[in-house]
Design a protein around this ligand. Structure first.
Ligand code: ZN
Length: 138
């Protein structure tokens, strides 16, 4: 496993880039809109992991709701697993509360599933499995 990325809810990616890219010096490796989740994302590699900037594309987006409740900030940690279905099965067997019981499509052709924050000390955890198409387009 590795820390795939740290998801940060922003009010707008363009605005957020004035810190993460322009001031701190990270580079944007990819941007993408994930329609199913109502978000636009920008990936900025940092060491073996990435900062994932998230922006809501509609009012029903989980990011819009998060920002409404808590403001911009760290939204989730993403853990890369080799087999997301096996990981979910293992968690389910242990009684861990899940948001997604089956994997769904995430950015960059990954499969993703979220674990409920109540199971992880208040932290929303995203599982990510890379699939064959991962890393091809930006
Ligand atoms: Zn993420």
């Amino acid at each position: 496993m590795k820390l795939e990325h740290i998801g940060i809810a922003t009010k707008g990616i363009e605005d957020a880039l004035s810190f993460w890219r322009d001031a701190l010096g990270l580079e944007v490796a990819a941007t993408e809109e994930v329609t199913e989740q109502g978000v636009r994302v920008a990936m900025l590699p940092i060491g073996d992991t990435c900062v994932e900037l998230l922006e809501a594309t509609n009012d029903d987006s989980p990011i819009a709701k998060f920002i409404e409740k808590r403001g911009a900030g760290v939204h989730h940690l993403a853990v890369r697993v080799p087999d997301i279905r096996a990981a979910l099965e293992r968690l389910r067997e242990r009684g861990v509360r899940l948001i997604d019981h089956a994997p769904r499509a995430g950015a960059d052709n990954c499969l993703v599933a979220f674990i409920h924050p109540s199971a992880a000390n208040g932290v929303l955890v995203e599982l990510v499995e890379h699939t064959e198409g991962t890393g091809k387009d930006t």
